[in-house]
Design a binder for this molecule. Structure first.
Ligand code: 2P0
Length: 324
């Protein structure tokens, strides 16, 4: 009745933005990401008949109500699948400091899906684990696999064709991703809320959806060919288009801070000086910079010189979820 798992976070190169079903967590568009070796979550789940409620310990402390509720609802799905009706103690630790502006829902729910299903006596394959992780947080379905991963949106109403598939292993292309944190402020609008507002109010939302298939095909081909220039250009374009849907929502919203633009400008100037570097930005202020590993140290130094940059984490493609 107890199991532990480790899962790594991921960075989307083609972003997931908008749901067609908020209960089953089904997206309007397919997405594509790279799993990150530097950022991970380790989670232990212990079902215990003596407990009268679920317990969540996050980074050594009892979690706040909202996080507890999300985890409890997720455990309900696992309990129903396994025919188990007892509560659990969940202990989860991130490799990165909380409040560092780095999202942990992808690695968190991927690790939880793996540990909780095993502890409940289920033996799920990658596809089933990906669909289960998706129910906790959409992007978590991609963290089941290592390397470069596609989340196929699926078209079925029950979500049985909406799961991630591995596209290329971490060893295929040891690309570097530098995650520059520029703000540790809690964002005012969560990703979940932001994407729902965008779907409901942005007149550009359908145009966003119309760009995905072509960008996704180009991004996957660029990974197969280890073509940083093509991948970088597609990733930048896709990230900016996602942010354009937020700017065009009603009321509009913007996750960027001063430091976000400072990093974008630095990436442009790196390119002008002949160093290939490209950026992507999630639903937050931090920026991830894609580059060849041979340029990572030099770019990190440049980014750290910017006043608004607090920290730079260098990551490469990482592995999929593992039972410990
Ligand atoms: C992504 N993001 O593809 C996109 C890009 C943010 C911007 O997935 O509601 O935490 O739990 O499914 O997965 C963040 O949204 O949202 C996200 P839910 P999630 O990585």
């Amino acid at each position: 009745l107890q199991a532990s798992a480790k899962a790594h976070s991921n960075m989307a190169l083609i972003k997931y933005w908008g749901k067609r079903d908020e209960t089953l967590m089904l997206p309007h568009n397919s997405s594509f990401s790279v799993t990150l070796d530097a950022l991970y979550t380790t989670t232990t789940v212990a079902f215990d008949a003596a407990l009268d409620h679920d317990i969540l310990i996050l980074n050594g402390r009892e979690a706040e109500e909202k996080a507890k509720l999300k985890v409890s609802r997720f455990l309900d799905i696992v309990r129903e699948m396994a025919g188990v009706n007892i509560h659990a103690k969940v202990t989860s630790q991130n490799s990165f400091p909380t409040g560092a502006g780095l999202a942990s829902s992808a690695s968190g729910f991927a690790a939880l899906a793996c540990a909780a299903s095993k502890a409940a006596g289920l033996d799920l394959d990658g596809k089933a684990l990906s669909m289960l992780a998706r129910r906790g947080s959409g992007s978590a379905c991609r963290s089941i696999y290592g390397g470069f991963v596609e989340w196929q949106k699926g078209v079925k109403l029950d979500g049985s064709d909406s799961y991630a598939i591995p596209v290329a292993s971490p060893e295929h292309w040891p690309l570097s991703l530098l995650i520059a944190t520029v703000s540790d402020k809690q964002k005012k609008i969560s990703s979940r809320e932001g994407m729902a507002k965008t779907v409901a109010t942005s007149p550009f939302y359908n145009s966003w959806l119309n760009t995905i298939e072509e960008d996704l095909a180009q991004a996957k081909a660029a990974v197969q060919n280890r073509d940083l220039d093509t991948l970088g250009k597609v990733a930048e374009r896709n990230a900016l288009r996602m942010h354009a849907t937020m700017l065009s929502a009603d009321p509009p919203f913007l996750y960027w801070q001063k430091g976000t633009i400072a990093v974008i400008r630095e990436v442009e100037s790196l390119r002008e000086s002949g160093i290939p570097a490209y950026f992507t930005i999630d639903a937050g202020a931090n920026v991830a910079v894609l580059c060849e590993p041979s340029h990572a140290a030099q770019i990190k130094e440049k980014l750290l010189r910017l006043r608004e940059v607090q920290n730079v984490i260098v990551s490469g493609p990482g592995p999929g979820v593992t039972l410990l």
